[in-house]
Design a protein around this ligand. Structure first.
Ligand code: ADE
Length: 224
């Protein structure tokens, strides 16, 4: 997979992707990630990429010219163009799985009040939000999307099973609580069933606990 991120803050986008599992996936050639400076496509002599809103309103908007130039320079026929914005579709594990099957992602990061709407109409295949809150810039959100997508690529995780069993593989159920040794820590004990060696009982316990945890932490998932 090849990923291009276009942003005013390339270092912010790359920092979380430069260590641990994701860095190893990059070093192994499973994914190539590039972060590009949007200002490099500005024709303005001061390298400005933003302007005030037509019709009035607070703040600044990314201008269409540099964004169009960046997308035209980096796009291939198979490219999926994504815009990070709080106005986007919610980013879920199912979306991460869909994106992990693409060969080229081009991720545009909003800043200020967002981007000129002509960018969205003409260039963007998918607007994505990582949650119902507003970040200072979309590069942080782009890094989150890249991390979630890259770890799903074949070979990125050492143990292929671990991405299948976790929360959100069943999108309506969180994971059951998990324990490691010591069996007794300050009087807090690992549940007996997990030490029983009885696989049927352990599975039933995990399912019941997963349902309980989901009802407490994410009742919204049960209503879907
Ligand atoms: N840019 C600012 N906030 C964002 C969010 N919640 N998701 C995606 N991009 C953003």
């Amino acid at each position: 997979m090849h990923i291009d991120i276009v942003t005013l803050f390339p270092e912010v986008a790359l920092a979380p992707l430069s260590d641990s599992i994701i860095q190893r996936a990059r070093a192994a050639g499973i994914v190539e990630v590039f972060a590009h400076q949007l200002r490099d496509w500005s024709e303005d002599k001061h390298k400005r990429v933003d302007d005030t809103l037509c019709g009035g309103g607070q703040g600044m908007l990314l201008k269409p010219e540099p964004v169009f130039a960046a997308v035209e320079a980096l796009s291939k026929p198979e490219t999926q163009v994504i815009l990070m914005t709080p106005q986007g579709r919610p980013f879920k594990q199912a979306v991460a799985r869909e994106l992990s099957r693409k060969s080229h992602l081009l991720i545009l990061c909003g800043h200020y009040e967002g981007v000129d709407y002509r960018v969205i109409e003409a260039l963007v295949d998918l607007e994505l939000s990582i949650g119902d809150y507003v970040l200072t810039n979309g590069a942080i959100a782009a890094a989150v999307v890249c991390d979630a997508v890259i770890r799903l690529l074949p070979g990125a995780l050492g143990d292929e099973r671990s991405s299948e069993e976790e929360s959100f593989s069943d999108p309506n159920l969180l994971e059951a609580p998990a324990y490691t040794r010591p069996v007794d820590f300050r009087g807090m004990k690992v549940p007996d069933v997990l030490l029983s060696g009885h696989h049927g009982k352990i599975s039933a316990w995990k399912k019941e606990q997963a349902e309980r945890r989901t009802a407490v932490n994410r009742p919204d998932l049960r209503k879907d």
